[in-house]
Design a protein around this ligand. Structure first.
Ligand code: HEM
Length: 407
């Protein structure tokens, strides 16, 4: 492999500041090969190449998994009609109409978590005291599981995400089995309710009637290719939803507050025009600091990009972060800018693009809008109170420490 193709997104400088590396690669060679990892992969750096690959499912598939290791095709990790049908079982709970129904409960969860944080006094830790537990509580509500043990749910969610990247298969399997046992308990409760009602063929109409109105019931009653989901499909769906909705939304909250408070004049502006500026600030945070820095695909056939030949069955990391900082698309991309034009904001790729783009986007936007409105109202004089620290893992970008002074 030629030296000009080498790049390591895991070296200390790239972890500290991924953006400079992306910028220099765009100028030198917009394709790289990462071989320092257990499982090697390719990377693109230009918005146009990244977007094209996301949308070209004939060349780049999600069927072998969206991590650097090769996985079995199941559930969300599939292509075409099979993937769309599976995704639709769970996506309908994330539609605007369904979310409107949940909004009062989500608001109440946010108010309650904020009460707990503010009760701690003047000095708080935004990540631990709010940004971590709140999304866990929301995802638990939609799943239909209790969230009181959010430390365990969060630990599982983090471990599934980190260990799924292939470093330690035995450790991954241990967590995987624990989480399977946990979800199996809830699935079996729903099956017992159906049996009690003499229902031998569960149908979507039983969700919210015989069974509680939540994702566990969707997993039990969902219609997939004319049949019910198998137990492994049910488990993988529930795990995907648990993992998908946690760390990402936590990072959106901490990244956004960090950018607003590091320049107090930004916070002042948002406070003066919350209804207009909160939605813009959320989109600019997603663009400038995407919580998922990238997603993986696998090549189905040989392909040439920017003059570089890539063979079949090669893993590719599509860095949403590099796309979102491409100066061909975004004016002064390194700047967090509350005045960024709407047409630029609409082009960010924080939620991916195409068939696998994030079905949870409307939920996390709703959560974070409610939260920001509450922060403006209930802690208007908040300030940063010390240095922030980034989370671990080259694929994620968020603050795992954000100390605040409330008043
Ligand atoms: C700020 C918050 C979030 C960010 C930045 C984010 C980011 C992403 C991205 C980039 C993808 C695309 C994956 C790909 O193309 O392979 C994705 C997919 C997904 N996300 Fe999210 N996500 C967020 C919130 C959520 C929430 C709240 C949920 C649900 C509770 C969720 C569930 C999922 C699921 C199930 C997928 C897989 C979809 C598929 O393959 O069809 N995400 N997310």
């Amino acid at each position: 492999m030629s030296d000009k193709l080498k790049y390591n997104p895991m070296d200390a400088a790239a972890l500290r500041d991924p953006w400079s590396g992306y910028a220099s690669r765009r100028g030198e060679c917009p394709v790289a090969h990462v071989s320092e990892t257990e499982a090697p992969f390719w990377m693109f750096f230009k918005y146009a190449d990244i977007r094209r690959a996301y949308l070209d499912n004939k060349t780049w598939t999600a069927r072998y998994g969206t991590s650097p290791v090769f996985q079995k095709s199941i559930g969300f990790v599939a292509d075409g009609k099979e993937h769309t049908e599976f995704r639709n079982i769970f996506k309908k709970r994330l539609s605007a109409a369904s979310l409107a129904k949940f909004e009062p409960q989500v608001r109440e969860l946010a108010e309650r978590q904020l009460d707990l944080m503010l009760a701690k006094g003047t000095y708080v830790e935004l990540h631990d005291d709010f940004a971590l537990p709140f999304p866990v509580a929301v995802v638990s509500l939609l799943l239909g599981i209790p969230s009181d043990d959010y430390h365990r749910l969060k630990r599982w969610s983090d471990e599934l995400m980190d260990l799924g990247f292939g470093q330690d298969n035995a450790a991954f399997l241990k967590v995987y089995h624990d989480v399977c046992d946990f979800f199996d308990g809830f699935i079996e409760q729903r099956e017992a309710l159906l049996a009690k009602a003499n229902i031998t063929e569960p149908k979507p109409a039983h969700v919210g009637t015989i069974l509680p109105d939540d994702w566990i019931s969707d997993a039990v009653c969902g219609d997939f290719q004319g049949r019910r989901l198998t137990r492994p499909e049910q488990r993988i769906a529930l795990m995907g939803l648990l993992v998908g909705g946690n760390e990402t939304t936590t990072s959106l909250i901490t990244n956004l507050m960090w950018r607003l408070l590091e320049k107090p004049e930004r916070w002042e502006k948002v406070k003066q025009h919350p209804s207009g500026l909160i939605p813009i600030a959320i989109e600019e945070s997603l663009r400038c600091d995407p919580p998922a820095l990238g997603m993986f695909r696998t090549s189905l056939c040989p392909v040439t990009v920017a003059g570089i030949e890539i063979g079949a069955k090669q893993k590719l990391w599509l860095p949403n972060g590099a796309a979102n900082h491409d100066p061909e698309i975004f004016t002064n991309p390194e700047e967090f800018w509350l005045e960024r034009p709407a047409d630029e904001l609409a082009r960010h790729m924080a939620f991916g693009v195409g068939a696998h783009s994030c079905p949870g986007a409307p939920l996390s936007r709703m959560e974070v809008k409610l939260v920001m409105e509450m922060f403006v109202r209930r802690m208007p004089d908040v300030k940063l109170d010390g240095p922030t620290e980034r989370n671990v893992g080259f694929n994620f970008w968020g603050r795992k420490k954000l100390p605040l002074k409330i008043g």
